[in-house]
Design a protein around this ligand. Structure first.
Ligand code: NAD
Ligand code: LMR
Length: 443
């Protein structure tokens, strides 16, 4: 049992993931003892539903943990050791437009990839910087563990705009896929030790070993060549909807492009954009699937608990999203030196790409944060793709900082998901009209 009791604020208290994370925190109090939990959101009504259900959960399972929820940043960020952040700037309403506007132009419409991700990035940068500033003002020793998307663009913005801040940008997708890999080879996810290189939602595994050093990559590769990452028993409950099943299956075509490395599922938007567009319904996208699925499930579970005044009537699910963030908090709090995939400044971790790119690589995590493990030189194909995508993301940050239409048009034009500068301009002009409330005014 660890001694220090921690205070945690969850920013984006009304998120569909908040309840799962709280459940995970409650289950892991022997590893990460908790004295105080706060929720913070800028949408009081949305947060209240989740918060009232959590208050009942806490009363029954951990009455000693102090709990409050607020929309006041000073109340939220005072006296906290960790901020777990997962905000969605603009909500599902804007996610839907990020997906549907590009599709109208026969371009990939996705939350974090292509023009949709760029639009979301232009909304998220300012909100994340604001959270960092609140944290540093009210709890200067606090660490922010940030899931808010698009993680890669957000990480590049933090690198440029808040280089010394204690923010770690993280992603659960590799964790989810590694759960699938562990199922394929009959091990537990915690037994895997991987090598991986790339950027967020844009990377490849080059080794998957057990703790004894046995290499499983060839075995997993043979399986993925036939089934993608689809597995018999679902161990990655977060990525189960119909659209995700199609994405796991599509990994077999991603693998065909480079049969020596195991691909991140999000590469499908860059390697098969025409296929993605053909198989998208422009009137019903992932935003709608989440609203009809996860969002309904989580909010109706919360309302059931509130109406019954007891948590015995319902269960909030714990997924890989929640377990990863608790593991990371423990690594920082107790200097565990756990090996985890993190988004960090390259600085030579990948030898033959620029040092100032935010890459995703295995790191050893301790109380000073992540120390990247070098991944050596990467092949021409991945190097070309990564350099192109990195420049897209740098152009987005440049556009946000300088309020530059030209930079953002260049970003869309350079994206592998967009066929020409003309299409990029048409998509951009529609995105500008939709995002007036959120983006800086572009000149
Ligand atoms: P959601 O809309 O259900 O929750 C987000 C919450 O953030 C909402 O309650 C909203 O009101 C709040 N919010 C928005 N802007 C805010 C601001 N400026 N300050 C405070 N609160 C604010 O969304 P969700 O589906 O639960 O996803 C939450 C976030 O987690 C998204 O950014 C999503 O992309 C991200 N996510 C990341 C990963 C990852 O691995 N990196 C995986 C899944 C989801
Ligand atoms: C979400 O559900 O919003 C993210 O986990 C990504 C996705 O589209 O499923």
């Amino acid at each position: 049992m660890n001694e220090k009791q921690h205070a945690i604020v969850i920013a984006g208290g009304g998120s569909t993931y908040t309840a799962g994370i709280v459940m995970m925190l409650l289950e892991n109090r022997d590893r990460l003892p908790l004295r105080k939990l706060k929720l913070y959101d800028n949408d009081a009504a949305r947060q209240e539903v989740i918060a009232k259900a959590i208050a009942i959960e806490l009363q029954e399972k951990a009455p000693e943990v102090e709990f409050e929820y607020t929309t006041d940043p000073q109340v939220a960020f005072t006296d906290v050791d960790f901020c777990f952040a997962h905000i969605r700037s603009g909500g599902y309403k804007m996610r839907e437009l990020d997906e549907k506007i590009p599709l109208k132009h026969h371009v990939v419409g996705q939350e974090t990839c292509g023009p949709g991700g760029i639009a979301y990035g232009m909304r998220s940068i300012g909100d994340i910087i604001e959270l960092i500033d609140y944290m540093e003002q009210y709890s200067p020793e606090c660490w922010m563990l940030n899931y808010s998307n698009p993680a890669s663009i957000v990480a590049e913005a933090c690198r440029q705009l808040r280089p010394d801040s204690k923010i770690l940008n993280i992603c659960d997708m590799p964790v989810g896929t590694q759960r699938r890999m562990s199922q394929i080879i009959g091990l537990s996810p915690k037994d895997l030790e991987v090598r991986y290189f790339g950027m967020n939602h844009f990377g490849w595994w080059t080794s998957v070993k057990d703790k004894a050093g046995h290499e499983y990559l060839p075995q997993i590769r043979d399986y993925v060549a036939e089934h993608g990452y689809l597995t018999q028993i679902e161990v990655d409950i977060q990525h189960m909807d119909a659209s995700w099943q199609a994405t796991h299956k599509k990994a077999q075509d991603l693998l065909a492009v480079d049969p020596h490395r195991l691909p991140n599922t999000y590469l499908k938007y860059y390697l098969y954009p025409d296929y993605v567009v053909e198989h998208s319904d422009p009137n019903y996208t992932r935003a709608n699937e989440v609203e009809d699925g996860r969002e309904k499930r989580v909010f109706s579970a919360a309302r059931k608990i509130i109406d019954a005044k007891t948590s015995k009537v319902g269960e909030f699910a714990i997924d890989s999203h929640a377990s990863f963030i608790v593991d990371l908090a423990c690594a920082i709090a107790y200097n565990t030196h756990e090996r985890m995939l993190m988004i960090v400044e390259n600085n030579g971790a990948i030898a033959n790409i620029d040092p100032d790119i935010m890459v995703e690589v295995p790191c050893i995590v301790g109380n000073n944060g992540p120390e990247p493990l070098t991944q050596g030189k990467i092949p021409l194909f991945q190097r070309g793709m990564i350099m192109e995508q990195a420049m897209v993301e740098k152009l987005v940050v440049q556009a946000w900082v300088n309020h530059s239409y030209q930079s953002l048009w260049q970003a869309l034009t350079l994206s592998k998901t967009v066929p020409s500068a003309e299409v990029a301009k048409a998509v951009l002009d529609d995105l500008i009209a939709a995002n007036q409330e959120y983006w800086p005014e572009l000149k």
